[in-house]
Design a protein around this ligand. Structure first.
Ligand code: FAD
Length: 449
């Protein structure tokens, strides 16, 4: 809720209520937030990264989501996304067992058109060890001089005269204020923007249907070496009709990605999240038992852990100055204010239990990309706020492509860079020159035309 001016001022007078005053506050330490904070801090902004968990990584760690998609890697020296996202990979490489590096899909590059694509438009993947990503993210942030603040949930934007001045955070010690010249909402769910009154979209009509949630889990003891195994079978486990195994760096370890047949749940609603999480936990144990009986190479496999956090693919899509569409994505559109590249297919998991429901994966042409304009990071109706990661401004269909982690990292770097430039030039993010943003991003390793 927007806050009255005198309330902000009175909070400011009581120093015990102010936890921090910074140039840039980044809320959410997932793939987008990490890169946003590192980018802002490197440009000289005093930067605080607020994360409700006790570690960084978001879905990549708390959600056990693997591998990283969206780098568009085809061969050494030829990839579509770099910048801080690629530095994450370099940090992972320095950690024993941190990553297998960029892996090109074997099937990729063997077709003439997206329609013939045998790799479903997924050219490459980056398997990584989730615990190593926690460390890599921490090292990157600390080398860049980012101040980390864990165990705080940002629950309300502080808005004064249409300008976001920071956020209120809740911790075991109560609610306090973080003042910031610019705030970056990298919460995945757009919590800060929504609480500031920015309009948003949620799923598709009718029914506000969002992509289903999944609880990723980790197994070991698999006698297989493939990077990715896809099972289009009915494994006699309630709700599960198809599942995927993704290889982790350590031999015999995989994560499992499966939908569990619960549709129409609201990922912002605790009761629905609880229902999805508990059903998925049952499914994980049953599926491991089924795999031991039925899948070659899995006879000795066992469950290592389920993800601490349910995987939420889609929730609020915050409306910004531009709304990226399916036509932009599939038309490989470029923009004068393009700040990040996307190359992942439109990957929409089935939304209902209708027998006709399909998982339409629409590939982009090999080696090609679309751009995401800076305007998708500028939430409508407020100043002083940027959005980054999966909650940026786009349609349900476009989101199904840009939601992957390398793209979210690129969006984060752009948001953090914009935030720091706005502070140093005494501008709001909206009045910042997109040309300056683009040239600064290029100077910092971002691949843009
Ligand atoms: C099941 C599943 C499978 C997927 N598979 C893949 C895949 O194989 N490859 C791929 O590249 N992508 C995949 N994705 C997509 C990808 O993981 C996400 O879209 C991506 O992680 C989004 O990044 P983000 O930084 O925007 O948000 P998140 O990763 O969700 O990070 C948000 C962070 O903000 C924190 N946070 C949230 N709210 C608050 C708050 N109010 N206050 C403080 N902190 C807060 C969270 O704890 C979290 O750390 C998958 C997603 C799911 C759910």
């Amino acid at each position: 809720m927007p806050e009255a001016a005198d309330d902000v001022a009175s909070v400011g007078r009581s120093t015990s209520d102010v936890l921090a005053s910074v140039d840039v506050a980044v809320v959410g330490g997932g793939p987008a937030g990490i890169c946003a904070a590192v980018a802002a801090s490197r440009l000289g902004a005093q930067t605080l990264l607020v994360e409700r968990n006790g570690f960084l990584g978001g879905m990549a760690t708390a959600g056990l989501v693997n591998p990283i998609y969206g780098f568009g890697y085809f061969e050494p020296g030829r990839q579509l996304v770099a910048g801080i996202a690629e530095e994450v990979v370099q940090h992972l490489r320095q950690i024993d067992g941190g990553t297998l590096g960029h892996r090109r899909r074997e099937e990729c590059g063997t077709c003439d058109s997206p329609e013939q694509c045998r790799a479903s438009g997924i050219s490459s993947l980056l398997p990584f060890e989730p615990e190593a990503l926690k460390l890599a993210a921490y090292r990157l942030a600390s080398d860049a001089g980012v101040e980390l603040l864990h165990y705080c949930l940002a629950d309300e934007a502080v808005v004064h005269d249409g300008h976001v001045r920071g956020v209120r955070v809740s911790s075991k010690n109560g609610r306090r204020l973080i003042r910031a010249a610019v705030t970056v909402d990298a919460t995945g769910d757009g919590d800060v923007a929504a609480s500031a009154g920015v309009p948003f979209e949620f799923g598709i009509s009718p029914g506000r249907l969002v992509q289903p949630q999944s609880l990723m889990f980790r197994i070991a003891g698999v006698n297989h070496g493939a990077d990715r195994l896809c099972f289009n079978v009915e494994p006699a486990v309630e709700g599960v009709s198809r599942f995927l195994l993704f290889r982790l760096p350590r031999a015999g370890e995989y994560v499992v990605n499966c939908d569990t047949g619960l549709f129409g749940l609201d990922p912002l609603e605790p009761r629905d999240l609880t229902k999805a999480h508990t059903r998925a936990m049952e499914a994980a144990f049953s599926l491991v038992g089924w795999m031991r009986e039925n899948v070659e190479g899995c006879e000795q496999c066992h469950l290592v852990s389920t993800a601490p956090q349910l995987g939420v693919r889609e929730s609020r899509r915050i409306l910004g100055d531009y709304v990226l569409t399916k036509e932009d994505v599939l038309g490989l559109r470029k923009f004068p204010d393009g700040i990040a590249r996307g190359c992942f297919p439109l990957d929409i998991h089935v939304l209902t239990d209708s027998p006709d429901a399909k998982n339409p994966l629409t590939p982009l042409p090999c080696g090609q990309y679309y751009e995401i304009p800076y305007r998708c990071l500028l939430p409508r109706d407020v100043e002083g706020l940027l959005i980054a990661g999966r909650c940026i401004s786009g349609t349900h269909e476009a989101h199904a492509s840009y939601r992957v982690m390398a793209t979210c990292m690129a969006l984060g770097q752009a948001a953090g860079t914009a935030a720091a430039l706005a502070v140093s030039h005494h501008l709001t993010p909206r009045t910042l020159d997109a040309g300056l943003l683009r040239s600064t991003l290029r100077e910092h390793g971002v691949l843009l035309d």
